[in-house]
Design a protein around this ligand. Structure first.
Ligand SMILES: [Fe+2]
Length: 124
């Protein structure tokens, strides 16, 4: 089982924070509003262009997202979350949303599109 992966976003300014842990009554504010918790794969958008893909290569995986990388619409990061570790790779417009992570069966890959939110796939 992977630990909880909790990411919150400010609906006003777009700031994103990642929590190490959370409680049932948390109220984290930005721009005078409570930040929203991002739920993976909850946005109405083309799934195939947002869910991260991967290929196993020995003890590593090559993760990627087949998504445009334009100035105003791109994959900001991909993250691998396992039971006891997290690995982030950050991207900029014009780059490729490709990252190499350790191969950890049972882990989860997340991707974040600046327009379409958080997406995930399980690593088997
Ligand atoms: Fe997108």
């Amino acid at each position: 089982m992977n630990k909880n992966f909790i990411v919150k976003r400010c609906a006003s300014c777009g700031a994103i924070i990642k929590l190490l842990s959370d409680c049932d009554n948390s109220s984290i504010k930005c721009c005078d509003k409570e930040m929203e918790t991002l739920v993976p794969n909850s946005t109405s958008a083309v799934v195939e262009k947002h869910v991260p893909n991967y290929e196993v290569d020995g003890n590593f995986i090559s993760a990627n997202v087949a998504h445009v990388m334009e100035d105003d619409h791109f994959i900001e990061w991909i993250c691998l979350v396992s039971e006891d570790k997290e690995y982030f790779a950050y991207f900029v417009p014009g780059s490729d949303a490709v990252a190499k992570f350790p191969y950890v069966p049972g882990s989860t890959l997340y991707s974040y599109c600046n327009k379409h939110g958080l997406w995930k796939t399980d690593v088997v």
